[in-house]
Design a protein around this ligand. Structure first.
Ligand SMILES: Cc1cc2nc3c(=O)[nH]c(=O)nc-3n(C[C@H](O)[C@H](O)[C@H](O)COP(=O)(O)OP(=O)(O)OC[C@H]3O[C@@H](n4cnc5c(N)ncnc54)[C@H](O)[C@@H]3O)c2cc1C
Ligand code: SF4
Ligand code: SF4
Ligand code: SF4
Length: 386
């Protein structure tokens, strides 16, 4: 029987590591970076063609998770200013994690390791900081789903946070009353090839020492900065509207192929709770230091969310209000703008040239002036006609 990757092909493969976590043969699958810069499975000569990995592949195996279509949606944030500062949006991940770590239970999340992102487990509050904040790169899952299963077998409670495709993979492998899952609203993951090229050409540094704080809030939550560090030394600070790598990410030039038509960011959601940024949050229910949108997708999610209520501010809203500023909360497709051209030229052009040609900075001041001009014209026309 065919393996999962032979069945679905690389264009549909998210790189979620589900197949690796279920394969019974040690060393039959190796994860390596593709030409485009995404981790995906490669079969070795040890593969016995048993086809078992199809059961752990969420593209093939669909699990009915009983999550509700009619979910509860909130605008919320942590009351703890330090947590807010160290989180991408409203710090709800940390509030949820604290609930597990206070009894030395287990939290899985993503952290920097040697210039890349890996998933790992922690059981102590002092290890939480590296898991906070979004890292806009593909996280290498390794054997985390299998590890989560082992922790559950020893009686531990597990909180597992990941992208919707990762949670869908986890759901094919582990089902347990003590497992609570959180998925993030997901725009998609950008390429390591693009990231590494950008870092090498801009900073001439060893990739392994690089860490990026993608969500520094010194100038606010909505207009955040990216801080590039060589070990702990700050090299540069770029506003999100002026960072070349981020421009290509936000303009969808080098996302992982399945992200453009993601089948996992949809409602009913994959996890018990969903977290994101509440972009375009209505006035009155907004915190300028970070506002999370949270959807509670089933009873298990609701029970956990109730436990953190004392530490957060929360306001219930319509799902449609949250969806307005954040289309990735439900089914949403992106266009592959200049992706082919980018990859055709990535090895023979400088990153800066690629950026100018294929994902130029959007100029908000020009747009504002232009919109202001149009508004004034419409207003004067209206005045004349009155
Ligand atoms: C690749 C990516 C794309 C995203 N796209 C959107 C979007 O389009 N719209 C939106 O509203 N929100 C998006 N988010 C989610 C958002 O940035 C915040 O992560 C979310 O709001 C939670 O914030 P927080 O303040 O509660 O906690 P934070 O402390 O910011 O928690 C972040 C959580 O995400 C986990 N995480 C970090 N990086 C990764 C990764 N690479 N892969 C898997 N898990 C990771 C961490 O372990 C932690 O559990 C995205 C996040 C990522 C990683
Ligand atoms: S040995 Fe079986 S489960 Fe493992 S990769 Fe090959 S087909 Fe898949
Ligand atoms: S399980 Fe995940 S990594 Fe493996 S083939 Fe399927 S989508 Fe790709
Ligand atoms: S957009 Fe979809 S496929 Fe891509 S990382 Fe997010 S959940 Fe996975």
């Amino acid at each position: 029987m065919k393996s999962a990757i032979e069945t679905i092909s690389y264009n549909r493969c998210t790189g979620c590591y589900g197949c690796l976590n279920i394969c019974p043969v040690d060393g039959a699958i190796e994860f390596k970076k593709t030409e485009e810069g995404f981790y995906k499975p490669f079969l070795t000569s040890k593969c016995i063609q048993c086809g078992i990995c199809q059961k752990g592949c969420p593209v093939i195996t669909k699990i009915n998770n009983n999550n509700l279509k009619d979910i509860k949606t909130y605008s919320c944030w942590s009351k703890d200013k330090e947590i807010l500062k160290n989180s991408s949006s409203g710090g709800i991940f940390t509030e949820l994690a604290k609930e597990f770590l206070k009894d030395e239970n287990i939290v899985f999340g993503a952290k920097w390791f040697e210039g890349e992102i890996i998933h790992c487990a922690i059981s102590k509050m002092e290890d939480l900081k590296p898991l906070q904040k979004s890292k806009y790169l593909q996280s290498k899952m390794g054997n985390s789903y299998k590890e989560a299963k082992k922790h559950l077998m020893t009686g531990k409670k597990v909180l597992f946070v990941g992208t919707p495709c990762q949670i869908a993979a986890l759901n094919t492998i582990v089902k347990h009353e003590n497992l609570t899952t959180v998925d993030i609203i997901c725009h998609g993951v950008p390429s390591y090839k693009a990231f590494n090229k950008y870092i090498r050409e801009s900073f001439n540094l060893d990739i392994k020492n690089i860490e990026v704080d993608f969500r520094n809030k010194d100038e606010g939550w909505e207009s955040y900065n990216l801080i590039f560090k060589d070990k702990d030394k700050i090299i540069t600070k770029n506003n999100l509207s002026k960072d070349q790598f981020f421009a290509g990410f936000l303009q969808d030039v080098y996302l992982n192929k399945p992200c453009y038509k993601c089948e996992f960011r949809t409602t009913p959601r994959q996890a018990d709770i969903t977290l994101g940024d509440f972009w375009q949050v209505p006035k009155g229910i907004k915190n300028f230091d970070g506002t999370s949108v949270v959807t509670v997708n089933n009873k298990k999610g609701g029970d956990l969310f109730e436990k953190i209520e004392a530490g957060i501010e929360k306001f219930e809203v319509d799902f449609e209000t949250a969806l307005k500023g954040n289309p990735c909360l439900s089914t949403y497709s992106q266009k592959e703008k200049n992706r082919v051209e980018f990859y055709e030229n990535v090895d023979n052009m400088k990153f800066e040239e690629l950026q100018r040609k294929y994902f130029p900075f959007y100029n908000p001041s020009f747009l504002r002036k232009y919109l202001g001009f149009i508004k004034r014209k419409i207003y004067s026309l209206y005045e004349r006609l009155r």
